[in-house]
Design a protein around this ligand. Structure first.
Ligand SMILES: *Cc1c(COP(=O)(O)O)cnc(C)c1O
Length: 386
């Protein structure tokens, strides 16, 4: 089976992890701040907070932005459930903005309309979470402008977009987001096994997230309510969690980061090859990004056109039967039973649902060979009866 995604681990990565294993610290040692500094420098952000997953990063980001009961967070229905769940963890509510049928990202005109209505009803969101689906940056400057007008914070879920650029600047630079979140799960662009990070240019937000990552405990006397009682002293000043990244993970992450641009370039190359090889088939390939921007191409998704005359299920099954590890990203979050119990219904976000019914994720990973890619195209062509 050719998988839809696969990590690439080199001898250098293994050596970096071995070095930590033989050192004094497996966690809370020097590898974590080293990885954070490298990550912040790579994307041009002031602060990077490494945590145990992107889900943890979204949670501490929402807490740092002050999300709580009575507040609302908006996101796209076409995402992994974690982009919405982070609001529920904080006791806040969730609402969705339908996607744009071309880019498959949250629709900015739909967002603007919903904001105008929400202002009238006195129910503006505290946070909007744009999701850079498949690694393609959202229209971040337009969302940023709306955030200044309507007073919400922008928490960018860039789990797919590590290594992407928007208008010439790396995603994560913080130009158009208060906080940007990355995921380092093995199917994503670079990996730490499990892991994630939150990037920001705001020192207070960075300090708050670092505090929440580790139980809300501080050893900084400047943050304490009284002077330290001795060298052992610490204070818990918030209700935090154990969301720490280990030094093993951070060493792997720093070693992987050195190959990030190479990985994205290879993904671009393979995607362009897919675009050419699929041009004669009745499938819609990913919409081109604007000049000056670059998708990290975490996922290569195709949409079956009506003229294919085949339903998604039959094409999907034929691909799997032919040894192609295709997948579907994503089941719209509002149709999940948990969200239906909150009052959402199928039919609420028609573009998201139409997208879901017609998409298939084809294999794409940096070590994929041309022969493997040819095989995917061959099985897809047969599945479409061409
Ligand atoms: C993978 C993913 C997450 C969660 O990442 P973890 O590191 O597994 O917690 C969140 N949002 C999106 C869009 C993702 O794809």
């Amino acid at each position: 089976m050719i998988p839809y995604g696969r990590q690439d681990i080199t001898e250098q990565d293994i050596a970096a992890v071995h070095e930590v294993l033989a050192s004094d610290f497996l966690t809370q040692g020097p590898a974590v701040p080293r990885f954070e500094a490298a990550l912040a420098q790579h994307v041009g952000a002031c602060h990077a907070i490494a945590v145990s997953s992107a889900t943890a990063a979204l949670h501490v980001a929402c807490r740092a932005l002050g999300l709580g009961p009575g507040d609302c967070l908006w996101t796209s229905p076409v995402t992994f459930v974690a982009s919405a769940n982070c609001a529920l963890y904080c006791g806040a509510s969730v609402d969705f903005v339908d996607i744009d049928s071309q880019t498959w990202n949250l629709s900015v005109p739909a967002l603007a309309d919903k904001l105008v209505q929400a202002r009238r009803a006195g129910r503006l969101p505290k946070i909007v979470v744009p999701v850079d689906l498949c690694g393609r940056p959202c229209d971040l400057s337009a969302i940023w402008e709306l955030s200044r007008e309507f007073g919400f914070a922008v928490l960018e879920d860039a789990s797919h977009a590590v290594g992407a650029t928007y208008r010439g600047e790396p995603v994560g630079s913080g130009r158009y987001a208060d906080i940007t979140v990355f995921s380092f799960h093995p199917v994503k662009i670079i990996t730490t096994a499990e892991g994630g990070a939150a990037l920001t240019n705001d020192k207070a937000l960075a300090e708050k997230m670092a505090l929440l990552r580790s139980h809300g405990i501080t050893r900084d006397s400047g943050q304490m309510t009284n002077s330290p009682e001795g060298p052992w002293y610490y204070q818990q000043i918030e209700l935090g969690y154990n969301y720490r990244m280990t030094d093993l993970q951070a060493a792997l992450g720093r070693s992987q980061l050195a190959r990030l641009d190479e990985y994205v370039a290879r993904r671009q190359e393979l995607a362009q090859r897919y675009n050419r090889l699929l041009a004669h088939l009745p499938v819609e390939t990913p919409y081109p990004v604007d000049r000056g921007s670059r998708s990290a191409l975490h996922l290569y998704v195709v949409r079956l056109m009506k003229q294919a005359g085949r339903d998604r299920r039959s094409v999907f099954d034929a691909l799997r039967a032919g040894g192609i590890g295709v997948n579907v990203h994503y089941i719209p979050v509002h149709t999940q039973p948990y969200y239906q119990a909150l009052g959402f219904r199928p039919g609420d976000y028609p573009n998201a649902e139409a997208y879901y019914r017609s998409v298939i994720t084809l294999p794409l990973f940096p070590t994929m060979t041309a022969a493997e890619q040819d095989r995917v195209v061959q099985v897809l062509t047969e599945a479409l009866g061409r």
